[in-house]
Write a protein that binds this ligand. Structure first.
Ligand code: SUG
Length: 417
């Protein structure tokens, strides 16, 4: 079978809550202390996967990680009962749902050894995300165990922060042909942390055995990070030959576009001007945190959050683009509001892997029947709501752990327990 793009969505874990853990992520800060709805959140995620399957797209998933993370708490010389609230929240976070941050993926046509390379992200800038990689790596090693086709790498060592595919874009004539891999890094010094360090990006490019002639390192703009674009995928997204970007996404946009065009003359760069959609509107609506996909018909669609439809300036720009025969032909709003309230849109929830689906461990590949089964476990076991004051509650912790185990069993993935 040919190489296709498979979107692996992170199933939203039973401990999903709003703890305000990510400075620089406006939604996370604004919703700190709100009551979350883990069951509704996870079902929204399943419906997104189902809708994508029905569009004819290949779909996979990753399982929630074991939370609270007892090993991490032990390393911090504490436990859930006695930890300070911010440590307790960091141990309990369901943040692994945002699978775009799980790893950076270089498809086989781009690498010197013809394998698809995946590097788990260290996510070291935020405490609650810094301990995801152990569970993520275990899952990547299982899903992509076929060493003939995949190479799974450990994270880049500290102190260089890496947030995975959220700061990575790939342009290519079609998914199964060699592409241009673009790493987007930030520079620290602004009001909010720059999470992606250029040294991590360079290390990953070396580990993945990329051709330097088909690799670019581009700086994210300081003003985008200061406006709340804590990852590049909040202001830009690429698919095949199309780059869809906000005018202020990159520090030196003209130089960035020129470098892209030099390496890939057929690139189509769609730029949304700041006088039509401000950075504030882009961050509020998550217009760019969309899945830009090629449907089986060849038509390009943008799977974007309902928040983008609700923003008049954003929606009118998009409608004009579609009416004007722009490269994006179809707009597909999806409701992922529970995740959005923590700053995670449709694109955050998925990791793109270009591969032959038959070479992936089939337990991680979705079909309608499996999604029904997953939705059933969620409906039965996921907590209805979590208020911030409940995080240390022993009964809630027990429910969260049992809920995850029920899902692992339903997916024949008890090996991850
Ligand atoms: O890392 N939010 C995540 C959102 C990640 C979005 N991913 C991409 N853009 N690809 C983050 O900031 C909030 C958790 C809390 O506050 O409880 C959080 O971690």
């Amino acid at each position: 079978m040919a190489l296709v793009e498979i979107n692996f969505d992170g199933i939203i874990g039973p401990s999903h809550n709003y703890a305000g853990l990510s400075p620089g992520n406006i939604a996370s800060a604004n919703n700190a202390g709100a009551v979350s709805q883990p069951r509704a959140a996870a079902l929204q995620g399943v419906e997104k996967m189902r809708a994508n399957l029905r569009l004819g797209l290949a779909q996979g998933f990753f399982l929630p990680l074991d939370r609270p993370n007892k090993a991490w708490l032990e390393g911090m010389a504490t436990d859930m009962a006695s930890a300070e609230p911010h440590i307790r929240a960091a141990a309990f976070s369901a943040s692994a749902m945002w699978a775009a941050n799980a790893a950076t993926v270089s498809p086989a046509p781009d690498t010197a050894d013809g394998k698809c390379h995946l590097s788990a992200a260290n996510l070291l800038t935020m405490a609650h995300r810094s301990h995801e990689w152990t569970g993520t790596l275990a899952q990547l090693k299982l899903a992509f165990a076929d060493e003939q086709h995949f190479a799974v790498h450990e994270p880049v060592p500290p102190p260089y922060g890496d947030e995975g595919a959220a700061n990575f874009m790939r342009l290519c004539p079609s998914h199964d042909e060699a592409g241009l891999e673009i790493f987007v890094y930030g520079k620290s010094g602004g009001p909010f942390p720059a999470r992606q360090h250029i040294e991590s990006s360079k290390a990953i490019a070396r580990a993945h055995r990329l051709d330097p002639e088909r690799t670019l390192f581009i700086q994210q703009s300081d003003i985008a990070i200061a406006a709340g674009a804590f990852h590049n995928d909040v202001v830009a997204v690429a698919n095949e030959r199309v780059l869809f970007t906000h005018e202020q996404a990159f520090e030196e946009p003209e130089a960035a576009y020129a470098a892209i065009r030099t390496k890939m003359p057929e690139a189509e760069i769609v730029i949304v001007p700041a006088d039509r959609v401000s950075l504030a509107d882009a961050v509020q609506s998550y217009l760019f945190n969309a899945q830009l996909v090629t449907l089986p018909s060849g038509e390009r669609a943008l799977i974007l959050p309902t928040e983008a439809q609700a923003n008049g300036r954003v929606w009118s720009w998009l409608e004009e683009h579609v009416a004007g025969n722009g490269p994006i032909r179809r707009l597909v709003p999806v409701d992922v509001r529970q995740s959005m309230a923590n700053g995670g849109g449709p694109a955050c929830l998925r990791l793109r892997v270009v591969a032959d689906p038959t070479t992936v461990d089939q337990r991680f590949i979705a079909d309608e029947a499996k999604l029904d089964r997953i939705a059933g476990v969620i409906a039965e076991h996921w907590p209805d709501s979590i208020a911030p004051g409940q995080l240390g509650d022993a009964a809630l912790i027990e429910q969260v752990q049992q809920a995850r185990l029920a899902l692992l069993n339903a997916c024949d993935l008890a090996a991850l327990a």
